[in-house]
Ligand binder design. Structure first.
Ligand code: ZN
Length: 277
């Protein structure tokens, strides 16, 4: 027997979880053939891409982010910079989770979180096709979807955990997608997040100051049993990763002379918001 292609592996894995999908046009149930066509009873259909991801966009959206950005992000995240953050998220979860990462980008957070949880099913969605392409390239045994939560490709109550890490949220949709007693875990920057970089990007500007108070307040109004945990740490940054970090953060794009930037250390300072529906 020949080895299965990446596409065939993704088709089989997605078939095992087909009941979580819903047609983004008509919300009907979906089926997925062995040849990789997912379709609803109204014959709206979507094909598994050869790289092993599904594209559920109902209209084309120009991608704001490049392949290089997601590859830079992958290098920075796999360097371990966010490991304490990922470990804290894992500490909120038990085994057998069905996890949806909303705004997953190239999928590194989701992959590293799932790797620490027995029997986790990981599903990542992002509006940026370049991110999902990278995710499918880097990480197998996951379901990767290009899609918009405003036109969701998922059935109600399909997920036990929704992750939303440093990314825009859609709380109404999160509530619809969560199983009863499911958790939403949102990560938002605190004032010290990447402060060494912020100082260089916005020197002498009021953009140096940042508050997440409104976001935290809105989360508390939207979910029950809310727990807020702040994680702060400063770690040395490998010189090779400086350019990658500048590339992956919009703040870094404000810096003109990237070669002159010195970042011997970097601070991660975030609030982890955990809530239930
Ligand atoms: Zn349909």
């Amino acid at each position: 027997m020949g080895q299965l292609s990446k596409r065939e592996v993704s088709i089989r894995y997605t078939q095992q979880h087909i009941t979580m999908f819903s047609c983004p046009f008509c919300q009907n149930e979906m089926q997925l053939t062995d040849t990789g066509t997912m379709s609803c009873t109204n014959k709206h259909s979507f094909d598994m891409a050869k790289q092993g991801y599904m594209n559920f966009m109902t209209k084309p959206v120009a991608s704001m982010y490049s392949k290089e950005l997601f590859e830079a992000r992958q290098e920075v995240i796999t360097s371990g910079l966010y490991d304490p953050l990922q470990q804290t998220i894992v500490s909120f979860l038990s085994s057998n989770q069905v996890i949806l990462d909303t705004g997953c980008g190239e999928g590194s957070h989701l992959a590293r979180i799932c790797a620490q949880l027995p029997n986790a099913v990981g599903v990542g969605i992002d509006i940026a096709k370049e991110g999902i392409l990278a995710a499918a390239k880097f990480y197998s045994e996951k379901i990767w979807c290009v899609g918009d939560l405003a036109n969701s490709p998922f059935q109600s109550e399909s997920f036990s955990t929704i992750l939303n890490i440093l990314s825009p949220a859609n709380y109404e949709e999160f509530k619809r997608l969560l199983k009863p007693n499911g958790k939403v875990i949102k990560v938002v920057p605190q004032e010290g997040y990447l402060k060494e970089l912020r100082v260089q990007a916005f020197a002498d500007s009021d953009k140096e100051n940042y508050s997440n108070a409104q976001t935290v307040e809105r989360f508390k109004e939207s979910f029950n049993k809310v727990d807020v945990q702040r994680i702060t740490y400063t770690v040395p940054l490998n010189t090779k990763l400086v350019a990658k970090l500048l590339q992956m953060t919009p703040m870094g794009w404000h810096i003109k002379n990237i070669e002159t930037v010195e970042l011997p250390q970097i601070t991660i300072d975030v609030d982890i918001l955990v809530g239930e529906v």
